[in-house]
Design a protein around this ligand. Structure first.
Ligand code: NAG
Ligand code: NAG
Ligand code: NAG
Ligand code: NAG
Ligand code: NAG
Ligand code: NAG
Ligand code: NAG
Ligand code: NAG
Ligand code: NAG
Ligand code: NAG
Length: 878
């Protein structure tokens, strides 16, 4: 509440009032709590590493404050540590380097010092925040230091505004200062660059080379700060002194010399990070200082141009309103009755939808490596994390943004030969498992293949990108691609095998790589089906996708269960490791990290967990484990014994696993438990790293009672956490209303009581009985119309009904002939003739349009195709 009050008062200060006095409609942005998942991850805490600063959806600029203590992957931590600056770019929710990613070119406000004696260095300047001072809403962040200096930030895609308001008590001198820090990114990894200040224009330009946060490479970034606002901005801020500061030597970095009137500093490249402190100090005869910034990966000129074009008149309200409007648009693609539903669920839902659209970051026109007409996106950190939930969520509501992102994956292939995997800071990061861009672009092919041209995606290139990534082996498959040499020769990744091709990579994680390569090949198979490729291609990749069975060792037992995935040598002999190794209840230390200390063959998870991983052929797992009953007791044991690790991606599907054994009732119970035991609205409310929104998208799916099957048109369906919701799709222009009959708030607990209405007893899709109580087709979820989910309280009846009596009731499994192309029903499309573009910066929506036109609002205007030829799908007949 403190947070909200503070936040509201700051908005009132800028003359902005939410909502309208005539109704009680709540802006959805008001429901977002940006501080969920910002607890410190120190000492084994559940650091979500969420980023609570100012950003637009998929923004490149992510402005926020940075704490002095690690871990601080996103710069910010909800604790009482000191703040070292407000910096321009951040990651969202990532693991990786605990010092954090980006945090470039921080500003820092100083008062009560004389120019030459100001504490400009990173340590001496660090300041504590006043208790409870941090506040944020989509597009806005503020805090106040204990010395009463207030910090605020707002942003556009590549630019923004930062304001410092200094205390005006009599004790304070009239001159206040701002440090512009060249060298201290979050990792303190400065490898060279330069800064210059022009006192008459009050412009500071910066270039710096820093280390990427997940990988071995460096990146170069540029920024432009302007401190001379146009005359309408009050109070006017006269620049009264400027100069540079720098460490006297790199051996004595904290020994800093400030020189007035010097205008530039330059550091040539070094291969090891320099601790040197350097930057510009500016003094203003003003009680507040407004800074406009722009960032760029191209040049300082482009950084300045970005600031000029995106924040042309320094209008804070306009920038913040535009950001807020973009977020409102994103959030409004999932609507619930915010007054009637459980307030905690509502807060979790909109906070999750928010975090799920912070990245990937839109770096279009900022690609430093190749010129291309296609969009460029970054912060794919990593596809391993995001393919399960982030991209499938985009596929439901936001295909216009998603097609840009998919285009960026394909363009990565076009220019490097492989789909990017963990591109972050614009450089390839470490490959954790498979090339998990494959299930992402494969998913696009099966869901939007028929509309690819209209969405600007060259579908033949998409398919070739999949095939090349499935067939070719890059020189170093630790950066991109896969070890297809081994995969194609053995049908699994053998342990202790020396690759004769000379291709290199970290040869660890053999089991989990095999499982993910299997899914990757399934994605190619699915794309081949959807795009009418040859039956030979369909068969090749379909067969290869069953390679996961090659690592099934039926002789291994654990807790009375037989058969686990295990490492396997090239000669076929299995290499044993205990199935519980690397699980939360592993009694002995094992390593499941990337490196050569990995002694189990799994990445960040156990054989207990990974032995369920075949999302495209779960019936195979049911069979291998000994049938439905054993499978169910095995999933039960997995949860009750503690092998479940909520904090990481390999566990995501597990609460839904029962559905594959015809027991959706047990999934409904387990999803409730997993949500209420692991997620909440507190700063520790995410069980692990948010991982570029992966956790946020997962929670969104759980709350909606849906779970996506990768690279397929099926979603598992279950018991929602709300009495109804509507999904909007910004390409099809459809609204699909989900109505939950007999919804029972008493089920919103970790262990719903007997007799509460938890169980799905019927589903109709536009009035027609669904063929399954366990899965729903993508085309129905996005097709418009109404889905009615009926709930009942009879657990015994639900167990008996299972997924329903029909032949297609169980979710598809490849082994059973599932995922047939006859199941693909492309939505029918009709010509459509109006586009209203409401999301230009500072461009108010023209209300002088008909209701019919307003129904057809697009996220942004299409680039190539004339509006009159663009297609709109038909609403499904009732
Ligand atoms: C708004 O809320 C108030 C208090 O809950 C209620 O009295 C009023 O009728 C509501 N107004 C509308 C337009 O719903
Ligand atoms: C910060 O909080 C921790 C834990 O509550 C406490 O031990 C520590 O003294 C605090 N530090 C400061 C500077 O207030
Ligand atoms: C200003 O700095 C002086 C000396 O560093 C200190 O004694 C004084 O308390 C400071 N005043 C304020 C208002 O911070
Ligand atoms: C710095 O430049 C200003 C403006 O030209 C001048 O007034 C001032 O004397 C200079 N200061 C020093 C120390 O050279
Ligand atoms: C940055 O990395 C490149 C390799 O990508 C290397 O050639 C260069 O020396 C590095 N620059 C610095 C300043 O370390
Ligand atoms: C700033 O933008 C707001 C919102 O768009 C607008 O109402 C206001 O007139 C603008 N202020 C100036 C000085 O242009
Ligand atoms: C990404 O940036 C490009 C270039 O400005 C723009 O056309 C596009 O709409 C942006 N996409 C999103 C999702 O913001
Ligand atoms: C792999 O080879 C190393 C070195 O020869 C050996 O120590 C290790 O036991 C082997 N691993 C397996 C699973 O055979
Ligand atoms: C496979 O190789 C391992 C390690 O060299 C050896 O222990 C095992 O007996 C071999 N298995 C077969 C079937 O040759
Ligand atoms: C599991 O149950 C389903 C539904 O009753 C059935 O079709 C399937 O054959 C069963 N699987 C096994 C392995 O018994």
């Amino acid at each position: 509440m403190q947070r909200l009050l503070h936040f509201l008062s700051s908005l009132l200060f800028f003359g902005y009032v939410f909502g309208s006095s005539t109704d009680n409609a709540t802006d959805l942005v008001d429901l977002v709590n940006l501080f969920i998942g910002t607890a410190s991850g120190a000492n084994g805490g559940s650091g979500g590493n969420a980023f609570p600063g100012a950003a637009v959806p998929h923004g490149m600029a992510k402005v926020g404050i940075d704490v002095s203590t690690a871990p601080r992957q996103a710069g910010y931590v909800s604790d009482n540590s000191t703040i070292t600056g407000v910096s321009l770019m951040h990651d969202e929710g990532t693991g990786g380097n605990t010092n954090g990613g980006y945090g470039i070119f921080p500003l820092f406000p100083l008062t009560n010092c004389t120019f030459a004696s100001c504490p400009v260095g990173i340590s001496p300047r660090a300041a504590l925040r006043a208790a409870g001072a941090d506040a944020a809403s989509p597009g806005y962040f503020t805090t106040t230091f204990v010395n009463d200096i207030k910090i605020e930030a707002t942003s556009t895609r590549r630019a923004g505004l930062i304001r410092f308001t200094y205390p005006t008590t009599a004790n304070h001198v009239a001159v206040n200062h701002v440090v512009v820090d060249l060298t201290n990114d979050l990792q303190r990894s400065f490898e060279g660059g330069e800064i210059s200040v022009n006192a008459s224009s009050a412009r500071v330009t910066l270039e710096g080379t820093f280390l990427q946060s997940y990988g071995t490479d460096n990146y170069t970034i540029f920024a432009c700060y302007d401190f001379l606002p146009p005359p309408h901005v009050t109070p006017q801020q006269a620049l009264v002194a400027s100069g540079t500061y720098q460490s006297n030597t790199s051996a004595t970095p904290s020994d800093i010399n400030i020189s007035v009137n010097t205008t530039s500093l330059s550091y040539s490249g070094t291969t090891s990070p320099s601790p040197v402190q350097a930057g510009v100090l500016l003094s203003f005869n003003s009680s507040s200082v407004l800074a406009r910034f722009g960032v760029s990966f191209i040049s300082t000129d482009q950084a300045c141009a970005n600031a000029e074009s995106e924040v042309p008149d320094w209008n804070w309200t306009a920038v913040q309103d535009a950001s807020k409007a973009k977020w409102e648009d994103v959030l409004s693609r999932v609507t619930v009755d915010t007054q009637a539903e459980n307030p905690t669920i509502v807060e979790l839902l909109y906070s999750s939808l928010y975090r799920a659209s912070l990245v990937p970051a839109n770096l279009t026109a900022e690609n430093p490596y190749w010129s291309s007409a296609y969009p460029f996106y970054d912060s794919f950190f990593c596809s391993w994390d995001t393919f399960r939930t982030v991209h499938p969520l985009l596929s439901l509501t936001s295909p216009r943004e998603w097609s840009e992102i998919v285009n960026a994956y394909i363009d990565g292939w076009r220019n490097t030969g492989y789909l990017p995997e963990c591109r972050a800071n614009t450089k390839a990061g470490y490959v954790q498992g498979g090339s998990d861009g494959m299930p992402i672009v494969g998913d696009f092919a099966v869901k939007y293949g028929a509309y690819a041209a209209d969405l600007g995606v060259l579908i033949e290139d998409l398919y070739q990108a999949l095939v090349d990534t499935a067939e070719n082996t890059p020189p170093n498959w630790y950066e991109v691609g896969r070890q297809n040499t081994a995969w194609k020769e053995f049908g699994y990744i053998p342990t202790n095998w020396t690759d004769p091709s000379g291709a290199v990579g970290l040869p660890t994680r053999e089991v989990s790589r095999t499982l993910e390569y299997s899914l990757g090949d399934f994605a190619v198979r699915q794309a081949a089906k959807a795009l009418n490729k040859s039956s030979a291609d369909v068969a090749l990749y379909g067969n290869r996708s069953m390679g996961f069975t090659n690592l099934w060792d039926p002789t291994v037992t654990s807790d009375g269960f037989s058969g686990f995935t295990q490492r396997r040598l090239a000669n076929g002999t299995f290499a044993y490791s205990p199935p519980g190794a690397c699980s939360p209840v592993d009694p002995v230390g094992h390593s499941c990290a990337r490196g050569t200390d990995n002694d189990v063959g799994f990445y960040e998870s156990s054989s207990w967990e990974y032995s369920f991983f075949a999302p495209h052929s779960m019936s195979t797992m049911v069979n291998l484990m000994g049938g439905n009953d054993t499978f169910i007791s095995r999933v039960d044991n997995y949860f009750s014994t503690g092998y479940f690790y909520a904090g990481n991606e390999p566990s995501f599907m597990m609460p839904w696993a029962y559905t594959y054994a015809n027991r959706p009732d047990l999934s409904a119970l387990r999803v409730r438990q997993v949500v209420f035991e692991n997620f909440n609205t507190g700063i520790g409310g995410i069980p692990g790293n948010d991982d570029s929104g992966a956790m946020a998208a997962l929670l969104t799916f759980h709350l909606l009672g849906l779970y996506p099957v990768p690279a397929s048109r099926q979603l598992l369906i279950g018991s929602p956490f709300v009495s109804g919701y509507t999904l909007s799709n910004n390409y099809f222009n459809t609204e699909t209303k989900f109505t939950v009959v007999n919804f029972d708030n008493a089920t919103l607990v970790s262990n719903p009581a007997n007799g509460t209405n938890l169980y799905v007893t019927g589903i109709t899709i536009n009035g027609q009985q669904s063929e399954s109580l366990c899965w729903i087709a993508f085309e129905d979820v996005v097709g418009g119309g109404e889905i009615v989910i009926e709930l009942g309280s009879d657990a015994q009846a639900a167990a008996t009904i299972g997924c329903g009596p029909g032949p297609n009731a169980l979710p598809d499994s490849l082994e059973n002939g599932g995922f047939a192309s006859s199941r693909i029903h492309w939505l029918k499309v009709y010509p459509y003739n109006c586009i209203v573009n409401v999301h230009n910066h500072y461009t108010e929506h023209n209300h002088n349009t008909s209701i019919e036109q307003n129904l057809r609002i697009y996220m942004h205007a299409p680039s190539a195709t004339p509006a009159s030829t663009r297609a709109k799908p038909a609403l499904k007949p009732r």
